[in-house]
Design a protein around this ligand. Structure first.
Ligand code: TRH
Length: 377
């Protein structure tokens, strides 16, 4: 009989919470033959990632996952074998009571946010005894074999490599989004939070030596782009050119298509958690716009990742990359750091490939969760 999993997702803001949990749910079904319910409190965020979905449905089947609306008033359900509480979202009290009352208790995970910090490997997979007496295991995604690894579907890297070697497939995909790539122009994608210094980066691209076609999915950065362009409005499909820079606004596409977009681009600006990981699997250089935390905890996370990522880069390239990421995340002027980074383009491109292949040697996060479950029963 298939093991059953409940994954709970509370959408804090943005798309990362639902992006990660839906990805995990689909992979459990597709690759591990699990039966999965995904409980989501805000289906409107889900519909953006999965355009065929119904924002009003109490329950719906999407890619083999039973997606259920997590309503405030909890109605009892049959308990599964495994419960994943994503990002400490707090399970319904009645649900926890039911877990406690059951003779064979489910395995309970808290799936944590991604971090490259050292302490993560010491805390990964440790149980914590709850006041209810139940054990909750803290499962940390991460970049070393002492963590739970990263979400990565089977065959992803091979599919990505084949796509990047196939110009026709790339052109057909880009055409579907209304993009006409030019052979003398590089593609860069931009998915980021607001950035007061963005104009300085766009200036660099507009007055740079190489032509750039910047692809901007609808989202929070559009206001800054619009201000720099000096246009009254900016909507999906708009195309504006300023010297060497063409800016095109794209629709927010389904997750699978967002991967293809990253794979087509020479450089990607990504944010949060899930797009950050997907850009690494794209094997191309990136800027990470990290999700800002109230207590500035994100700076330690950014530095911890840079510390890992820089291994194998020359001192100059590592410094240029760190400067660009820090300036971007501080909302500062980008001119000096970006121009310095451009000089290391080739080295950063081969490094991104190496990093991706190295990371892909580890078990993926879903497989790690399933192994843990199998060892636990
Ligand atoms: O949307 P985010 O900023 O989410 C954030 C982070 O996860 C952060 O860690 C968390 O604390 C906060 O939310 C609450 O960035 P992220 O994680 O990259 O999620 C975006 C998702 O949207 C990802 O699954 C990729 C997907 N996406 C598409 O499916 N289509 C698109 O066109 C784009 C641009 C993104």
């Amino acid at each position: 009989m298939k093991a059953s999993w409940d994954i709970f997702c509370s959408v804090v803001d943005n798309f990362g919470d639902i992006g990660v949990t839906f990805r995990l749910a689909r992979q459990l079904v597709a690759e591990h033959d699990m039966q999965v319910r995904l409980w989501v409190d805000d289906l409107s965020a889900f519909v953006r990632l999965c355009p065929g979905a119904d924002p009003a449905a109490e329950q719906q089947m999407q890619d083999g996952v039973l997606v259920c609306h997590w309503a405030k008033a909890w109605r009892p359900v049959e308990l599964p074998d495994v419960v994943v509480e994503a990002f400490a979202c707090r399970l319904p009290a009645e649900y926890v009571e039911a877990m406690q009352a059951r003779q064979k208790r489910p395995l309970w995970f808290n799936l944590e946010y991604l971090s490259a910090e050292d302490w993560v490997s010491g805390c990964h997979a440790l149980p914590s005894i709850q006041s209810s007496g139940l054990r909750k295991y803290f499962f940390f995604p991460g970049f070393s074999s002492k963590t739970g690894g990263l979400l990565r579907e089977a065959g992803l890297i091979q599919r990505r490599q084949a796509f990047q070697a196939d110009g026709c497939a790339q052109r057909a995909f880009l055409e579907r989004l209304g993009i006409v790539p030019q052979s003398d122009t590089r593609l860069i994608s931009l998915f980021a939070y607001e950035h007061p210094g963005l104009g300085s980066w766009l200036d660099c691209l507009a007055f740079g030596e190489r032509k750039t076609h910047l692809l901007v999915p609808e989202g929070r950065i559009l206001g800054d782009v619009q201000r720099w362009l000096g246009v009254e409005s900016l909507k999906t499909g708009d195309l504006n050119q300023r010297n060497a820079l063409t800016v095109q606004v794209l629709p927010f596409v389904r997750q699978e298509d967002y991967d293809l977009l990253l794979w087509c681009c020479e450089f990607n600006v990504v944010r949060g958690e899930d797009s950050f990981v997907r850009a690494q699997w794209a094997g191309r250089p990136l800027i990470w716009h990290i999700y800002e935390q109230d207590d500035d905890a994100h700076w330690a996370k950014l530095d911890a990742f840079l510390e890992l990522y820089r291994v194998g880069l020359s001192e100059g390239a590592a410094q240029a990359l760190a400067d660009v990421w820090r300036h971007w995340n501080a909302g500062q002027d980008m001119a000096c750091s970006w121009n310095a980074l451009e000089k290391h383009r080739a080295a950063l491109a081969s490094h991104a490939q190496r990093w991706c292949l190295e990371q892909a040697l580890q078990d993926d996060l879903t497989t790690a969760l399933v192994h843990f479950y199998r060892n636990w029963i």
